[in-house]
Design a protein around this ligand. Structure first.
Ligand code: PLP
Length: 425
């Protein structure tokens, strides 16, 4: 037994599934999860001291790579001044100001401790602001594990959804209209029937939780137009795309302004931090100014804020996104080229510093197309890459991430590893 395997069997005795979040348990691809002991830059080491080039980056936050020296020292300095106060700090005001400056739709922002908290709070706020209960959610998009957001399509597709988790009251899912990604016509139909009762529509502006699906411009534009027409709050869930696809996030990249946006991942630079913000008249409905309750003992935690501030400052360096985008594109172009040479049914694409790889002839544009990709081929590729020292997201339905710490040599080594695997069939 490897040390990883020993740790996994030990973990399963006290932690359900052996991990603190489901995909980590590797059920989708099989095998024992790698238990990591350290990470530096683009690399991580597991319990057997095997080294990997990491394309997960803690699921996105580590845009500067592991253990970025500036981030680590800022967190250490903040820790020495006090771990938490449960009272305002100057640093959290600075972070709020930076977010408001950088995110086009943001007049005001609240800091929380996770992406889930940010999306849950945004939904409650949209409902409180509009006085409506129904929400529109897109199948395959993930918005954290809040009750209202765990709905999937029911048989009466355009009427109401079903819970996608046990423990979620069916009544709650009945307030959820399930929409299809990139289906502008379906959206128009849903609004024609229910528009005036919809509190909000929430969407990942680039879908990153069903592998990566790029938005068709007309899809996001139709959402903006219909929400405006019928008085619904448009929510871009930027927990993953925020500061990952560009300096002004997805809303800046596509030039579409939502009313509210939750953030997470990147804004905490690897520490637990989320944020949600948007239009002033909506944000002023939050307690203590307004009737919508939202609170948090550790909200705006000084360590998380310190990591977030360093990250937001460093990614503002001139050329940061040009370099990150070019490197990520070099990875997907390299993988596509070797797959083509070997006659593999494979495609790949990227948006900013996030990417998708697909065992399908062309990148999917819908949830149904993602589901139709060859999952077994992905699982074999995942394990072969793992053996070759490349750590990809352990599921065919997750996006990948490149950081500023990945060098050209890392990209070349990754493409070479894939070439050798494809050559072997
Ligand atoms: C990760 C993610 C969340 C949930 O964030 P947590 O910090 O895991 O609670 C919500 N929305 C999107 C788009 C995400 O990618």
């Amino acid at each position: 037994m490897t040390h990883n395997e020993e740790l996994f069997s030990r973990a399963r005795k006290t932690i359900p599934g052996g991990g603190n979040s489901p995909v980590r348990a590797l059920r989708s691809v099989g095998g024992a999860p790698r238990c990591f002991s350290r990470g530096v830059g683009a690399r991580v080491w597991d319990a057997d001291d095997k080294c990997y080039i990491d394309y997960v980056g803690s699921w996105g936050p580590l845009i500067l790579g592991h253990a970025d020296a500036d981030t680590v020292s800022a967190v250490q300095e903040a820790a020495a001044r006090g771990l938490s106060f449960g009272a305002p700090t100057e640093a959290e005001i600075e972070l709020a100001e930076l977010l408001v400056q950088r995110v086009p739709s943001m007049d005001m922002v609240r800091l929380v401790s996770s992406g889930t908290e940010a999306t849950m709070s945004a939904i409650r706020l949209a409902r409180g602001f509009t006085g409506r209960d129904a929400i529109g959610k897109v199948e395959g998009c993930y918005h954290g594990h809040g009750d209202s957001l765990l709905g999937k399509a029911g048989s009466g597709r355009l009427t109401c959804g079903n819970p996608s988790s046990a423990g979620v009251p069916a009544e709650l899912a009945q307030h959820t209209l399930v929409l299809d990604y990139n289906d502008a016509q379906g959206l128009r139909d849903a609004f024609a029937r229910h528009g005036k009762t919809i509190a909000c529509v929430i969407v990942e502006p680039v879908a990153g939780n069903m592998n990566l699906i790029a938005p068709k411009p007309e899809f996001l534009a139709a959402m903006r137009e219909l929400c405006t027409r019928d008085g619904a709050v448009l929510i871009f869930d930027e927990v993953m795309t925020g500061f990952r696809v560009g300096p002004a996030s997805a809303q800046g990249l596509y030039g579409i302004t939502p009313a509210l946006s939750p953030f997470g991942k990147e804004v905490g630079g690897g520490m637990p931090l989320g944020a949600f913000g948007g239009r002033r008249e909506i944000m002023e409905k939050i307690a203590p100014l307004g009737p919508v309750y939202q609170a948090g003992t550790l909200s705006g935690n000084p360590l998380s804020v310190a990591a977030g501030l360093v990250t937001l400052r460093k990614i503002a360096a001139p050329g940061f996104y040009e370099a990150l985008t070019a490197k990520t594109r070099a990875l997907v172009d390299g993988l596509s080229a070797v797959a083509k040479k070997r006659g593999m049914k494979f495609s790949a694409q990227s948006v900013g510093g996030m990417f998708g790889i697909y065992f399908a002839a062309t990148p999917p544009t819908s949830y149904a197309e993602v589901m139709a990709s060859d999952k077994e081929a992905f699982n074999r590729f995942f394990h072969a890459m793992l053996d070759a020292g490349v750590y990809l997201a352990p599921s065919a339905f997750e996006a990948g991430f490149v950081s500023a710490a990945h060098g050209d040599a890392d990209i070349a080594a990754t493409v070479a590893a894939a070439d050798a695997i494809f050559a072997g069939g």
